[in-house]
Design a protein around this ligand. Sequence first.
Ligand SMILES: [Zn+2]
Ligand SMILES: [Zn+2]
Length: 344
Amino acid sequence: MKVARFHAPGDIRVEDAPEPVAGPGEIKIRVRNCSTCGTDAKIFKHGHHHIRPPRVMGHEIAGEVVDGTEGWAPGDRVQVIAAIPCGTCGECRRGRMTVCPNQESMGYHYDGGFAEYMVVPAKVLAVNGVNRIPDGVGFAEASVAEPLACVLNGQELARVGQGDDVVIMGSGPIGCLHVRLARSRGAARVFLLDVNAERLEMAASLVRPDAAVHAEGGDSAVEQVLKLTEGRGADVVVTAAASGAAQEQALRMAARQGRISFFGGLPKDDPIIRCDSNLVHYRELTIVGANGSSPAHNAQALELIAGGEVPVSDLITHRLPLPEVLDGIGIVSRGEAIKVTVEP
Ligand SMILES: [Zn+2]
Ligand SMILES: [Zn+2]
C-alpha cells in the first residue's frame, strides 16, 4: 500500500509499505479521508520531539473498518481520535483527559492516516476513541470532527455562550470552526480578525462573521474591536494563531469579566508574552488554555456536524489523492485553503 512517511524535517516521502495487520484488541481501517492542518505543516518543517522517524503522519482520520475486534464489523464507518489519553492517571480519572500527562497521538507515537490502511491501537479503543460516523455525514466531514473537537474543548473552557460578543483572532480552518461553533452556542456577535487580508476575505465569505476585521499592526486590532463593541470589548477572545502579539492584544480587547482563550500555542523558542497583570486583576479577566480534545469531545463534534449545528463540508476546499499530500501541506502552510483533505 501507499503511505506518506515523515523521515526528517523537510523530508516526507510517499512510498510503498506492507499493509499493517491488526493485533488482538485492535482494528484495521481503510482510510477514506485524512485531513491536513497547520500541525502537519509544522511537523514537515521542524519535525516533532514525539515523532521517531520513519512515521506515517496524519491525525484527522475517518475510514471504514476492514478487520475488527469485538463490537466492530467490516464496513463500519468510523472516525478516530488524535490525542490518546491513558485513561488511568489522576487527571484521566478526574475526567480531565485533555491534560493527561501520558497523552500520546496518532501520527506521532503511532502510524497515522496518510495511508491506505491503518491499525487503530488497542489503547485508542480502550478510551472509546473510535466513533461511528452518523448517517448522512461523509468521510471528509467526519475527518474534521477532530479539529472541531479541539475547538469545542477551547470554547467550553472559555465558556462561550448566549449573548456573548466573541472575537476570533486568526481566520484559518480553526478560526472558521470557532466562528461556527460560537454561533451554535448562542453568541450574540462573532468577529473574525486576521492580519492577512486575502485569507480573511476567503474565510469571511464562507463563515460570514458579523464583521471581518483586518488588523494592520500596532493598535489597529484592539481599536477596531473596541469600536465594534461600543467600547466594551469582547466577552470572549480566542487566539487561533501562533502569535504572542495576538495574545497580548487579546488581553486588551477583552470586556470586563472577559475570557481569553490562548487556543493556539506559541513557538517553543519564543513562548513569553507581556501581560498587564492589573488589566487581569481589575477587569476580572480569565485566561484559559486549550490542549487538544478528549474522546468525548470527538463524539460531540460528530453530533454537531450531523445535526447541522456546525456545518463543515463547505470548509473543505481541497481534496487530494495521497501522492499529492506534499502539495496539500504546501497549500496549508501558504494559507491558500481552508481545509485540505487527503483521500488515500
Ligand atoms: Zn490537526
Ligand atoms: Zn491519563
